[in-house]
Design a protein around this ligand. Structure first.
Ligand code: NAP
Length: 245
């Protein structure tokens, strides 16, 4: 039985991962900003599993609430084995181009709040010399594109931050996992037309759980995105800037 904290637990991907962990009998502490939604998810998980399921409402951008949230999770679970940070928002890129405030708010949600949480989680996992920090970044962070570079820049920051953190925490035996999904059919992407490259949250969640079990460093989900992004990263800038991606 592992003690698992999920931040952004109302995300479709996180909820699907929580169902897998609940079925294994793991103990879960769910954090999200909508108390009612969290309680509904927790009730479902209690039916599916044998382990403890608790929840706490918190907006991830409220940095002053992070330490108390982590204390509450550790106290309820009796420690921390796995922390999954899953929250995020998909900005309206055009609206961001017209608003500095909106751009910075989206960077806060998708990057600064994650960096703040990861820093505090890292202190705890490093001190206890075991555990896993898993964070959902995105393939969008691998290269800036005109259609979503505010989101991409935030996710790119998260990926680079985790790379350094992994380098540091590996000495303490702590796993730091960067999760890079491609297109996933969740409420975040409800308005997008779906095609062959799209995956369901259940499949992504299985990949997340597997990558944690196997103590991976970085995972593209589904795996074919590693190849797609390898190609996209290597298109020369003089060609890339002419494309409408
Ligand atoms: N869907 C994709 O194609 C895709 C691709 C690559 C990466 N990702 C990443 O995957 C992660 C999960 O997203 P998803 O696809 O599962 O979409 P989702 O179901 O829409 O989940 C996004 C979650 O983030 C939460 N959230 C947003 N801002 C928050 C805040 N300030 N404080 C607390 N929670 C907040 C939302 O909470 P509410 O329920 O309260 O709104 C929602 O539960 C995100 O980090 C996303 O960037 C998604």
């Amino acid at each position: 039985m592992r003690k698992i904290l999920i931040i952004g637990a109302s995300s479709a991907i996180a909820e699907a991962a929580a169902r897998l962990w609940a079925a294994r009998g793991d103990a879960l502490f769910l954090v999200g900003r909508r108390a009612e939604r969290l309680e509904a998810i927790a009730s479902d998980l209690r039916v599916r599993g044998k382990g403890l399921v608790e929840c706490l409402a918190m907006d991830a951008c409220e940095r002053q609430a992070h330490a108390a949230m982590l204390d509450a999770a550790e106290a309820a679970l009796g420690g921390l084995d796995v922390v999954l940070i899953a929250h995020g928002s998909l900005p309206d890129q055009k609206a961001c181009e017209a608003s500095v405030d909106l751009t910075l708010q989206e960077i806060d949600t998708n990057a600064l709040s994650v960096v703040a949480l990861a820093t505090r989680v890292a202190q705890r996992l490093e001190a206890q010399a075991h555990g896993t920090l898993a964070v959902i970044s995105s393939v969008a962070g691998d290269r800036g594109r005109q259609s979503n570079y505010v989101y991409g820049a935030a996710k790119g920051m998260v990926s680079l931050f985790l790379q350094g953190l992994r380098n540091r925490l590996s000495k303490a035996g702590v796993q730091v996992l960067t999760i890079k999904p491609g297109f996933v059919d969740t409420p975040m992407t409800a308005a997008f037309p779906k095609g062959a490259l799209w995956a369901k949250p259940d499949a992504i969640a299985r990949g997340v759980v597997r990558a944690i079990d196997r103590r991976r460093d970085e995972v593209y989900l589904p795996g074919f995105w590693r190849l797609i992004m390898l190609v996209i990263r290597h298109v020369p800038e003089r060609i890339f800037k002419r494309l409408s991606l």
